[in-house]
Design a protein. Structure first.
Lengths: 345, 147
């Protein structure tokens, strides 16, 4: 679908959801950067009730992200979050999962007047970054505090924590066995993860891409809104903390390193989870676990490039090799951290 | 055959031009990220073209040494003994490397049952491979368009 056709499709989709948008007009369009597999725009629109800003997230037909997304599940969790308090998330106004108005999935939200949290972090002096990581800790705890029994039925609920963790470790082995080449890091990690299982945690809603780039600063930087829920699932809450650790190490500023104790204390206070369950050691373990989904997607993409160099998005597939190598580094560092902490006890 | 400038020299020249004159005046953040992505890929290729063969041979030698030590120490693993025999049937450097990688995977499968000394040697093999990978990506990683 051509970008120029998106405003018309947006108004049609909105009008189908609510009568107030019938006859609405788009006044201004601004692209929002971020995300490799979908386009995001902010539209200022005029409705019969007045002017308002909305955000359109549109997945172009044929766009392939690293991880295969079930847009119906994404839609269901967005509806759930819009209808339930507890997690600061964007309010979904309309969606088009089946491509009735767009040619592929699209989600339309109420625009929130906030600054990208990552910009706030970059503009903050290093000695004051610690205060910001409390907001991140509370945001994570709010996600993980949701009652999983009330989550949408379309979200797969694991039977229990032990089986869930086993299934995640199996993904390392599965990814390796599906690859055309032997992948020693995947096999090594699978064995190590199995031999070093952490204490169990209650299963919870997991954001799946929990990082400061997916947050908007609100209320004079006292609170934050969490966006981009496409990888949300039910799993171990420490997956989000592990992924956050990985991203903080990769993309500056590292707000976790600014004051790790403050972050973990705040998270534990708001989640009610114990120090035995929530600590840097378990975050290091789940840094490895949380990255297998993207690693798997990138491996598949690289393998496909090796078989057919004319495949679509070959530059990205080649680029993924660098990311997988970097993940290997992060995994090995995580193993070192856990082993050293075990020795020091 | 023209071999000068070398493949890595050509790639470095191309990435330099992409990162300077081609990016100058580009205000579109998406296009900028795409160029950064291509620069990242070509820079890695430059390092690989200079070192890949040598590094593969180095890793193969180290892996075989640890695997042979494992077998000679009366550790029983039919899979590793068989993989070592299979290794000799490979002719190209790439197939030898893949075969050695398979042996490294098999050693990794054994985890702590290897015992402290051999486990430490397998860890060193992983670190050796990691060092080469880290060198290829320039020591660290910068997310194109995100930093």
């Amino acid at each position: 679908m051509d970008i120029s056709a998106l405003p018309e499709a947006t108004i049609a989709c909105l009008a189908a959801a609510s009568e107030i948008y019938v006859g609405a007009k788009v006044l201004e369009i601004s692209p929002i950067s971020g995300g490799y597999s979908r386009l995001t725009f902010k539209y200022s629109i005029r409705t019969k009730n007045g002017d308002e800003d909305i955000v359109l997230q549109y997945v172009p037909l044929g766009a392939t992200g690293i991880v295969r997304i079930d847009r119906m599940v994404e839609n269901d969790i967005l509806v759930y979050l819009s209808e339930n308090e507890g997690v600061n998330s964007p309010k979904l106004i309309a969606s088009d999962v089946k491509g009735n108005f767009f040619d592929n999935a699209a989600f339309i939200y109420k625009a929130e007047p906030g600054r990208p949290f990552v910009d706030v972090c970059r503009d903050t002096q290093d000695n004051k970054l610690g205060a910001l990581n409390r907001i991140v800790a509370r945001s994570a705890a709010s996600v993980h505090g949701q009652d999983i029994k009330k989550l949408p039925n379309s979200m797969h609920a694991p039977t229990n924590w032990e089986d869930y963790l086993t299934s995640q470790i199996e993904l390392f082995k599965k990814t390796e066995s599906e690859s055309s080449k032997s992948r020693p890091f995947l096999r090594y990690m699978a064995k190590w993860l199995d031999e070093n299982r952490p204490p169990a945690a209650p299963l919870s809603l997991v954001h799946g891409d929990f990082q400061v780039s997916n947050m908007l600063s609100l209320n004079s930087e006292k609170d934050a809104l969490l966006v981009d829920w496409e990888l949300a699932h039910i799993g171990d809450p420490r997956e989000d903390l592990g992924w956050l650790t990985m991203v903080c190490n990769t993309i500056p500023p590292d707000i976790l390193a600014a004051d790790p104790k403050g972050f973990y204390d705040e998270y534990r206070a708001f989640s009610g989870l114990s120090k035995e369950i929530i600590n840097p050691e378990t975050s290091a373990y789940f840094l490895i676990i949380s990255s297998i989904r993207t690693h798997r997607g990138m491996m598949k993409s690289s393998d496909a490039l090796a078989k057919d160099s004319k495949q679509a998005q070959s530059v990205l597939a080649a680029y993924y090799l660098s990311i997988t190598s970097y993940q290997h580094t992060m995994w090995m560092n995580a193993v070192k951290i856990v082993e050293e902490m075990k020795r020091s006890r | 055959m023209l071999i000068s400038p070398s493949i890595s020299e050509i790639l470095r020249g191309v990435t330099h031009e992409m990162g300077t004159s081609l990016k100058q005046g580009l205000n579109d953040p998406v296009k900028n990220a795409q160029i950064d992505t291509i620069i990242g890929v070509l820079s890695s290729c430059a390092v690989r073209s200079e070192n890949e063969k040598e590094w593969m041979k180095k890793e193969v030698t180290s892996i075989l040494s640890v695997a042979k030590k494992f077998v000679s120490n009366d550790h029983s693993s039919d899979k590793i003994s068989k993989a070592l025999k299979d290794f000799d049937s490979n002719e190209s450097d790439e197939k030898k490397y893949q075969s050695a990688s398979n042996i490294l995977s098999l050693l990794g499968d054994l985890g702590s049952s290897l015992g402290e000394e051999l486990a430490s040697e397998v860890w060193s093999l992983m670190e050796q491979r990691l060092q080469h990978e880290a060198y290829i990506i320039g020591g660290g990683f910068e997310a194109a368009g995100r930093n």
